[in-house]
Design a protein around this ligand. Structure first.
Ligand code: ACO
Length: 308
């Protein structure tokens, strides 16, 4: 009976073992996973857009090959994650519809534009850097298919972060104008990158339950702190200034103190009013609509195959 099934589920979670698709799970656990994994998948897919606009304008063949590989990786990440989500009983087609109709979210960060080619480097360094901080602990999430998909995704994210850092380091060895471009780009992306970790813990409605279920392994603020501690020395190595004068080493805590992002801006972007929200969804909808004939042809072909 249900009480017994729940006890079994809780024992599995308690032992830090994994829940697998055919195991019994509470409806709330399933719904939370669908929400988080879908949002994660959508972020990878929408995340191709800001940098994708620079593929045709990359400054050399080498830079173009790197950028193409990176954007293709994001597509792959989206597909692993949609597959992980499908094991919970929801189709990829349905998830895409929920993205387009606005009933499921994607990361706030991808509503900011990539205004110059340098932004490819900054996105790699800061946005993929934040993604790594958030996703490495998710390799140990309690749901098997999600955790396993994270392992390969994290390896690829590390490459993305390195290519961003390398691009910026190259620019920093260039002219004064190039150095100024890097600084301007870092100024624009720093705060939105910190917002990727979600609202502060005391304003995060889902954290407590997701931590209790082992879906999340750390709180939003813990991971944000990890990001700051990882990035400050890298900023020093690059020779850029993070746009937060309150960043100072705190000996007692063994961490950097830092300022608070503008949470009003965060909620405004999440609610659809960021600089590129409309453009991102319109673009995704157009790609989905333009692909109708491909899906219909594939279905017709599959039907023909079963008749023979
Ligand atoms: N952008 C958009 N929405 C966000 C963001 C963000 N940066 N952070 C939080 N939210 C939303 C949450 O989805 C939630 O809304 P919902 O209940 O309607 O789904 C609401 O704000 C409140 O936040 P929390 O209660 O803190 O939500 P949650 O416990 O899900 O934590 C977090 C948010 C940390 C983003 C978590 O879902 C997570 O770790 N997800 C996996 C990682 C991920 O999605 N990464 C995508 C960006 S990285 C990349 O793609 C390169």
């Amino acid at each position: 009976d249900e009480a017994e099934l729940l006890a079994g589920f809780e024992a599995t979670i308690g032992h830090n073992d994994r829940i697998e698709p055919r195991d019994w799970m509470p409806e709330g656990y399933r719904k939370t996973l669908i929400r988080q994994i879908a949002q994660h998948a959508h972020s990878e897919i929408i995340g191709m857009q800001p940098e994708g606009t620079w593929v045709t304008r990359a400054p050399s063949l080498r830079r173009k090959a790197i950028l193409l590989a990176k954007v293709q990786d994001e597509a792959g990440h989206g597909l692993y994650l949609y597959s992980a989500c499908e094991t919970l009983g929801v189709s990829r087609d349905e998830l895409t519809r929920r993205l387009i109709d606005g009933s499921q979210k994607y990361s706030s960060i991808f509503n900011y534009p990539a205004l110059s080619y340098v932004d490819v480097g900054t996105i790699g360094w800061l946005v993929d850097g934040a993604a790594i901080c958030n996703q490495v602990p998710l390799c140990r999430t309690s749901y098997g298919p999600y955790g396993r998909s994270m392992i390969r995704i994290c390896k690829e994210e590390s490459f993305h972060q390195r290519q961003g850092f390398e691009l910026l380091a190259t620019m920093m060895r260039g002219t004064d104008e190039q150095r100024a471009m890097v600084q301007e780009s870092v100024n624009r992306f720093w705060w939105p990158a910190l917002m990727m970790f979600g609202p502060p813990d005391d304003d995060s409605p889902n954290s407590a339950q997701s931590m209790a279920w082992g879906i999340k392994r750390n709180t939003n603020d813990e991971l944000r702190q990890r990001m700051v501690d990882m990035t400050v020395p890298q900023a020093d190595a690059l020779g850029v200034t993070l746009p937060d004068p309150s960043i100072t080493w705190n000996d007692e805590r063994g961490s950097y103190d830092f300022g608070a992002p503008d949470w009003e801006e965060f909620w405004d972007v999440v609610q659809g009013n960021g600089p590129c929200n409309k453009q991102r969804i319109d673009h995704r909808k157009k790609a989905y609509d333009d692909g109708v004939w491909v899906r219909e042809a594939a279905m017709a072909f599959a039907a023909k195959g079963t008749e023979q």
